[in-house]
Structure formats: structure tokens, C-alpha cells
Design a protein around this ligand. Structure first.
Ligand code: 5GP
Length: 202
């Protein structure tokens, strides 16, 4: 039987560069797959439906909650939209031996930890708060009000880094992706040790 893949939960304040780092990570190792979440937020120009998120209506999202398809879900205070991770996508990928990445905010990560203590929780940090604000300004997808709300949220999120298993600083996306890959390799080796059989055991 193929051993189940790892579950990687990656959090970090909006604008820290999670998308880019995760894209690089997926390029570095084909065994690592992204579990696409559902959201009611409108699509940004550069996003592709089914790749970055599955963009759904609120009634559809509620239907997903109703049938237990969401491993966890949250309403993001900063913008009022709903986000939730797909139970079936995560489980299917893991069963096929893939290491699965979930990109979720702090509350969602806490909810996953309750259900999945075997998960590996990684917090992506910006080099500084100033740099985070600069990156978000550059992205320009938010109005002034949302920027302010998200800045508050970012400070709050950063104070939760201590509850994660690992903190990776995203100074440079390639380096951060490689740092995460090192964590993945170490965790794979650790699980191998935990399930290793004594010589001659069978
Ligand atoms: P954005 O709108 O910038 O793509 O994401 C906003 C926040 O929602 C980010 O912190 C992101 O990690 C989080 N997020 C994305 N997908 C999920 C999900 O499935 N569940 C939860 N709880 N948060 C998510």
C-alpha cells in the first residue's frame, strides 16, 4: 500500500507571498500538490478558477458546509468572504501518496490542528511589517479601507506564529520554497523512521 502523504498547512499574513512560494514549492517537487480551497470572494485578474481557488456562490458554499465537504471554513473578517478547505480533495491526494498543501489563515489552521494533529504547520513571515505593506500596495487589489483592516489582521496573525511547528521568512520566494522543501524532506524521513520495521520482521 502507498503510504499516505503529508499534510502541510501554510499560513501567513495576506501579501506575504504565499501564492508565489507555494507555486515554487510545487515546481520543486512533483509529489507535493496544492489542495484547492473554496471561496465566495471574487476572482482576481491573475487567478484561475479551479487552480487558485474554486470560486463559488454563497448558496453553493453553504451547500458544501451542509454536506460536510469542508474540513474547516471561516468568514474572513477583513473582507466578509467565506473560505473553506476541501475534505475530499485533501483526503484523495493524501491517499494517493501525495504531500498536500493547504493555504489557510490562522483560525482555519487551528481548526485543522484539532482534527489532524499529524499535520505540519508552517507560518510564512515577511522580513518586516514595512515590507509586507509595500508588497500589498504593489498588488493593488484592495481599497484603502480593506488595506487598513488587513493590516490589523496581519499584526494579529503574526502574533500567532509561535503556535506553528515552523516559521519560514519570505525574503525571497525561491529561498523560502527551498526552506519549506527541506522541512518536507525532514518530515518524510521522520515518518519513515516511525514506520520502519526491524530487520527480518517479515
Ligand atoms: P486571499 O483572499 O488573499 O486569497 O486569502 C485571504 C486569506 O484566506 C488568506 O490568509 C488565506 O490563507 C486564507 N484562506 C484561503 N483558503 C482558505 C481556506 O480554505 N480556509 C481558511 N480558513 N482560510 C483560507
Amino acid at each position: 500500500m502507498t503510504p499516505a502523504g503529508l499534510l502541510l498547512v501554510i499560513s501567513g499574513p495576506g501579501g506575504v507571498g504565499k501564492d508565489t512560494v507555494i507555486d515554487r514549492l510545487l515546481e520543486l517537487d512533483p509529489n507535493i500538490r496544492f489542495a484547492v480551497s473554496f471561496t465566495t470572494r471574487p476572482k482576481r485578474d491573475y487567478e484561475i478558477d479551479g487552480v487558485h481557488y474554486s470560486f463559488v456562490s454563497k448558496p453553493k458554499f453553504e451547500e458544501l458546509i451542509g454536506r460536510g465537504e469542508l474540513l474547516e471554513w471561516t468568514k474572513l473578517e477583513a473582507n466578509g468572504y467565506l473560505y473553506g478547505s476541501s475534505r475530499s480533495r485533501v483526503e484523495k491526494l493524501q491517499r494517493s501518496g501525495k504531500d498536500v498543501v493547504l493555504k489557510i489563515e490562522v483560525h482555519g489552521a487551528e481548526a485543522i490542528r484539532q482534527q489532524r494533529p499529524d499535520g505540519i504547520f508552517i507560518f510564512l513571515q515577511p522580513p518586516s511589517m514595512e515590507e509586507l505593506m509595500r508588497r500589498r500596495h504593489e498588488r493593488g487589489s484592495e481599497d484603502e479601507e480593506e488595506m487598513k483592516r488587513r493590516q490589523k489582521l496581519a499584526a494579529w496573525e503574526m502574533s500567532h506564529a509561535q503556535y506553528y511547528d515552523y516559521v519560514v521568512v519570505n525574503e525571497n520566494a525561491d529561498v523560502a520554497a527551498r526552506d519549506i522543501l527541506e522541512i518536507v524532506k525532514a518530515e518524510r524521513a521522520r515518518r519513515k523512521a516511525a514506520t520502519a520495521e526491524a530487520p527480518g520482521a517479515n
